[in-house]
Design a protein around this ligand. Structure first.
Ligand code: F6R
Length: 606
């Protein structure tokens, strides 16, 4: 959600900032802007994409220090004026900001009385005016930023430029990530390593409440009360190639296609064929502690929450421990009862989703034990948790989550196997699950090989105003995720229901104009599901069945046959064709597949 890049060095800042912004565009893409210092402060900002900004930057826009931003609007519509950087009236200080300033109205009113003139509708502009007021009276940009931030209530990742100090940029973090990149006689800062990996893989993550000054010859970090902090640089695993489309037309298709490999990475070194257990060193739980948990509560947002529903089902089935999933965005607001014998599991691809982070923090405040299932190593949620499982799925760039969803479900299968074997899952069943897990990558390949067939179906169904997705028990979270993927990238209305609930209301929607995607695995509920298909067909509804055997033409118009695994693991595979269905529907409808309207990757605001 919004992206920040900053550069200090001897090269021209603008091309480096533009390249960084391009890498961050998946985080926000309604407007973009740059500021550099070349004797005076110079800014360029436009409504639109980074490419529009690049076209608007003149050739003479030269200077070796600068900051840039790509925006996802929260306060004020997307427009040139509301785009960042924001500058003070004297055009001395420029600021880019991710997050939300909660007391912006109050600060704006006070600054206006003091003579400041505001040009935008954003909350962020107050930061430029606040810092500019202080920087006049002190000889230090650091001090001016610290002093200004003490008056601010809210979340921020910021980068600040002062025309009078052209050799430095000050950055600060509170609830919105900032990472420094260490180069050769040059320094970078960004809201995401994606913007840095082309230039350096040596990075330093700031903590909440921490600030840093970057100069060409290095950096130093400090706290809000000016105490210096010591930081150890980390080496990022991923290089620039991991952030490219790799010859695919869209990141989304690349990420769907990577799943045999990403699932293999999630499993690597974790399946023990001797004792039929899972090795999950990062949990930091002894078998004794594991046995003591009487319940598992899973939290996450959006697709992460749906993968948590698959996870809850796996934990109940394999470990016979009660488990359920809830949106983190709801959980955090309902003053949850936190029990010492419940294990809490937070899921996040980005590791930054604000609602999930806030829920984890609330749990920790109340003494809850929280594990994280997270993709981004070293992210805020990963650091906040007591232990967890990294997905190792690699960077996910497309806004819609696919490979992280699948890897999360696989991580839950490992967690459930671990719990199961600590409880009463027999070695024979443990072995069955281990073998099933090992079959997943090749079976995903088999599903991906059906790409043309699924593309044809997507074209056939894409022009409907709405679609129903149904599934029973294990199939229900699959249906929810299928509907989520379709609606977010194709904008086709999609509704997911438990198949068992259809006749309690939504059957009224069924007719020739409302096709149903039915998840029909070969499990103990097969007959029930087939009865539901009969009910849909009797009302003239069209059915696209996703299951393990060819459909009876009386019950389904079309069918995608998916390879069968162990019943508990089948939901993992049943999701893959729905990802391809949504992708091809979005392509057929000429949508912006990787950057769907109104959305952004990593929702770092409330
Ligand atoms: C949907 C999607 C979102 C995310 C959600 C949580 O395709 O990507 O629903 O799953 O915003 O994001 P993370 O997993 O980063 O916490």
């Amino acid at each position: 959600m919004c992206g920040i890049v900053a550069y200090v060095g001897s090269k021209d800042a603008a091309p480096i900032l533009l390249e960084g912004l391009q890498r961050l565009e998946y985080r926000g893409y309604d407007s973009a802007g740059l500021a550099i210092v070349n004797k005076t402060l110079r800014t360029r900002k436009v409504k639109g994409r980074v490419a529009d900004l690049a076209a608007a930057v003149p050739a003479r826009f030269k200077g070796g220090v600068g900051i840039g931003h790509t925006r996802w609007a929260t306060h004020g519509v997307p427009s040139d004026v509301n785009a960042h950087p924001h500058v003070d009236g004297a055009e001395r200080v420029a600021v880019v900001h991710n997050g939300i300033i909660e007391n912006a109205d109050e600060l704006r009113a006070k600054l206006t009385v003091d003579g400041a003139t505001f040009t935008s509708e954003t909350d962020s502009e107050v930061l430029a005016h606040l810092i500019a007021r202080t920087v006049k009276d002190t000889d230090s940009l650091e001090e001016a930023v610290r002093t200004a931030l003490k008056r601010v209530v809210g979340t921020y990742g910021i980068a600040v430029l002062d025309a009078e100090r052209p050799g430095e940029v000050v950055v600060a973090r509170n609830g919105s990530p900032i990472v420094l990149g260490i180069g050769e006689k040059e320094m970078f800062a960004a809201s995401d390593v994606a913007a840095l990996v082309r230039y350096t893989r040596q990075v330093v993550h700031l903590e909440d409440g921490e600030l840093a000054t970057i100069k060409a010859d290095g950096f130093h970090t400090f706290t809000m009360d000016a105490t210096e902090t010591a930081k150890e640089p980390l080496t990022v695993d991923w290089d620039a190639g991991h952030y490219d489309t790799g010859g695919y037309e869209h990141y989304l298709l690349k990420e769907i296609s990577e799943q045999p490999e990403t699932v293999a990475r999630t499993l690597r070194g974790r399946v023990d064929d001797r004792f039929h257990i899972a090795h999950l060193g990062g949990l930091n739980l002894t078998p004794h502690e594991t046995r003591a948990f009487r319940r598992v509560k899973i939290i996450g947002c959006g697709s992460a929450y749906y993968s948590g529903q698959i996870g809850a089902q796996l934990v109940e089935e394999l470990a016979r421990v009660p488990a359920d999933a809830e949106p983190a965005s709801e959980f955090r607001y309902r003053n949850p009862v936190v029990e010492h014998d419940t294990l809490y599991v937070a899921i996040s691809q980005s590791g930054e989703t604000y609602d999930t982070l806030a829920a984890v923090q609330e749990l920790k405040r109340k003494g809850g034990r929280v594990l994280g299932i997270v993709n981004t190593v070293g992210s805020a949620i990963a650091r906040e948790c007591d232990g967890g499982i990294y997905l190792h799925a690699g960077p996910e760039v497309s806004v819609a989550s696919t490979k992280a969803f699948t890897s999360t479900a696989v991580a839950f299968a490992l967690l459930a196997l671990h719990f199961g074997r600590v409880h009463d899952l027999s070695p024979a069943d443990g072995r069955r699950i281990c073998e099933g897990l090992r079959r997943l990558p090749a079976q995903i390949e088999e599903i991906l090989a059906k790409d043309d067939e699924i593309a044809g179906l997507a074209r056939k169904y894409a022009d409907h105003a709405g679609m129903m997705f149904i599934g029973r028990v294990r199939g229900y979270p699959v249906a929810r995720e299928g509907a989520q993927k379709l609606k977010e990238i194709s904008y086709v209305h999609a509704e997911a229901y438990p198949a068992s609930e259809l006749k309690h209301g939504p059957l009224a929607l069924i007719g020739p104009d409302m096709p149903t995607v039915a998840i029909v695995p070969d499990d103990e509920l097969l007959d029930k599901n087939l009865t539901t298909l009969g009910e849909i067909r009797a009302r003239g509804g069209r059915v696209l069945m996703v299951g393990h055997r060819a459909a009876d033409p009386r019950l389904a118009d079309d069918c995608v046959v998916v390879p069968k695994n162990e019943t508990e693991l089948d939901p993992i595979l049943l999701t893959i064709p729905l990802q391809l269905l949504a992708y091809h529907a979005a392509v057929a409808l000429e949508r912006d597949v990787d950057k769907p309207r109104n959305l952004a990757k990593s929702v770092t605001v409330e």
